[in-house]
Design a binder for this molecule. Structure first.
Ligand code: FE2
Ligand code: FE2
Length: 167
């Protein structure tokens, strides 16, 4: 693919991905306002943006088999853990931006767990098996992630056990 076309497609993938997420957040808000039709409209168009993003991603040639995809996931999470979030969090502290300090710290703590889980999964896949992953619990408040069972309180944000969602 020619360079400019590839750059354009990457920008389109980023834009569609963000629109997908933004519309899901807007849908949740509309639901909370008691406007189910607005919520449904946002969810429907969010799904269309997901399809656009998926098509752009595949056209870029970035979709591999699960071993390659897990490696891409490990690389992304590791970059976030080792470089991105420590730097973002330090800047937020320096600039006394409490909200940003908290949201970057929450993500940073969870990404550490994600990187480890993906590594474990990749080892299994590379030896010809499916991943041996038990129930995964996600804190619905901060996104902290744990395998096995939910704790009584989230170690990152303190949310109670019933805020965790099981996968
Ligand atoms: Fe992550
Ligand atoms: Fe949490």
């Amino acid at each position: 693919m020619r360079k400019m076309t590839e750059d354009n497609l990457r920008a389109a993938f980023a834009g569609e991905s963000q629109a997908h997420m933004r519309y899901l957040i807007f849908a949740q808000k509309a639901g909370g306002e008691g406007r189910p039709n607005v919520a449904r409209l946002f969810r429907a168009i969010s799904f269309a943006e997901q399809i656009h993003a998926t098509n752009h991603f595949k056209t870029l040639g970035d979709l591999g088999d699960s071993s390659a995809n897990l490696q891409m996931a490990i690389d992304g999470e590791t970059y976030e853990v080792e470089e991105m979030y420590p730097a973002f969090n330090a800047v937020a502290k320096l600039q006394n931006e409490k909200g940003v300090e908290q949201s970057t710290n929450s993500a940073w703590q969870a990404e550490k767990v994600h990187a480890g889980m993906y590594q474990k999964a990749k080892q299994a896949v590379d030896s010809g098996k499916d991943a041996d992953i038990g129930d995964v619990y996600i804190c619905g408040v901060c996104g902290w992630t744990v395998e096995g069972g939910a704790p009584d309180r989230c170690p990152v944000c303190g949310a109670p056990k019933d805020k965790f969602r099981k996968f």
